[in-house]
Design a protein around this ligand. Structure first.
Ligand SMILES: Cc1cc2nc3c(=O)[nH]c(=O)nc-3n(C[C@H](O)[C@H](O)[C@H](O)COP(=O)(O)OP(=O)(O)OC[C@H]3O[C@@H](n4cnc5c(N)ncnc54)[C@H](O)[C@@H]3O)c2cc1C
Length: 328
């Protein structure tokens, strides 16, 4: 029997993960990717299961984190080194009330410890009486990880914009039509905008710094994380908008970001080397889509925490359905 052919629209971390696991499952995969405005190009993404300022953890967060690190290991075995640090995430909290909130929400199976200032693994500014230490967290280079998955999968990548798709075909700009046993939509924020979807998106900007200012990733309000070169300070997040637009960097956002970072640690001596802007899409959509194909989108700020895990679920469901369709 010939391998099922899966066509994936979008080559960010969502599409790359679906492609990787579909190939692992025996499919022939074509990824159609415009290569524009991918949020997955983030130079240093936190692998942080405890998001926000409430201590809440996604029920799949720990499994997602472990799969992402396992994939970094598999890519290394395949000869692709991803800049990363599986070196923990430090989440300082400003007071006992916030710590209490975190403690109420942290699941018992999540490895963590509460540290006092003398035990912090990297020096922080004054005013942080406690910090939550997440030893399994860390950071990775989003672009390198995404491209690494696609390369190791050896999926065929067609650099083009898809203008139309249905359950079994994708039409490219210029009119060429690709046919497949299944089509998976992974177009992210920009793709949702191009299609006229009005899901909420948020543009955000990171500053890249010429040197590391903390030894490990640190996050409360803003985040500081090592990167392949120097480090990053992220992220300004602009007001949510219904639909994608070119990210901007208002000076007020920059002042806010620098203020948050200054409270976290001493930035003196580091220089801004550049900026990176992207847009994230909220409203997770995983699985069968109304138009008959499949989708993985709306990963919000958890693209690298959950994208690979959900990509594996979607690829599995797609291949099972293709197998059932062929056996009737
Ligand atoms: C500033 C910022 C900081 C972030 N920090 C973190 C972090 O610390 N940790 C974390 O886990 N996540 C983080 N995220 C979120 C993460 O980057 C996203 O959740 C994730 O990258 C989304 O991946 P995706 O594959 O769904 O979409 P994308 O990466 O946006 O990829 C979509 C791809 O599809 C292509 N495409 C769209 N439509 C079409 C079409 N019609 N035809 C062909 N191609 C198409 C696009 O050109 C693009 O290449 C951050 C995001 C931002 C913006």
């Amino acid at each position: 029997m010939t391998a099922p052919h899966v066509v994936v629209v979008g080559g960010g971390v969502a599409g790359a993960a679906v492609a990787y696991f579909a190939v692992q499952g025996g499919a022939q995969v074509t990824v159609v990717d415009a290569g524009q405005h991918a949020a997955s190009g983030v130079p240093s993404a936190l692998i942080n299961p405890v998001r926000g300022q409430s201590g809440r953890v996604d029920p799949q967060g720990l499994e997602g984190l472990r799969l992402t690190w396992a994939l970094v290991g598999r890519l290394r075995e395949a000869g692709v080194d991803i800049p990363h640090g599986q070196s923990g995430v430090l989440r300082p909290v400003p007071d006992g009330h916030t710590r209490g909130k975190f403690e109420r929400n942290l699941p018992v199976d999540l490895p963590h410890a509460w540290l006092a200032p003398g035990d912090f693994p990297t020096p922080l500014g004054p005013g942080w009486p406690h910090a939550l230490w997440l030893p399994e967290g860390g950071w990775l280079d989003g672009a390198a990880f995404t491209v690494g998955l696609l390369n190791v999968a050896r999926a065929e990548v067609v650099r083009a914009r898809a203008t139309k798709w249905d359950a079994h075909s994708v039409t490219l700009e210029g009119g060429e039509v690709l046919h497949g046993d299944a089509v998976v939509w992974c177009g992210g924020a920009v793709g949702a905008g191009w299609t006229g979807m009005t899901q909420t998106v948020r543009a955000g900007t990171l500053l890249t710094l010429n040197r590391a200012v903390t030894q490990v990733a640190v996050s409360f309000g803003a985040y500081l994380a090592p990167a392949a070169r120097g480090s990053v300070l992220g992220a300004t997040f602009e007001a949510p908008t219904p639909g994608w637009r070119e990210p901007a960097l208002p000076l007020s956002s920059l002042c806010w970001l620098l203020g948050k970072a200054d409270a976290l640690t001493d930035l003196s001596g580091a220089q801004v080397a550049g900026r990176w802007s992207g847009t994230r899409l909220s409203g997770l959509q995983v699985g069968r889509a109304e138009w008959g194909g499949w989708q993985l989108s709306g990963l919000g700020s958890k693209g690298f925490l959950l994208g690979p895990l959900l990509g594996r679920h979607v690829a599995g469901d797609v291949l099972r359905t293709c197998g059932e369709a062929r056996s009737v």
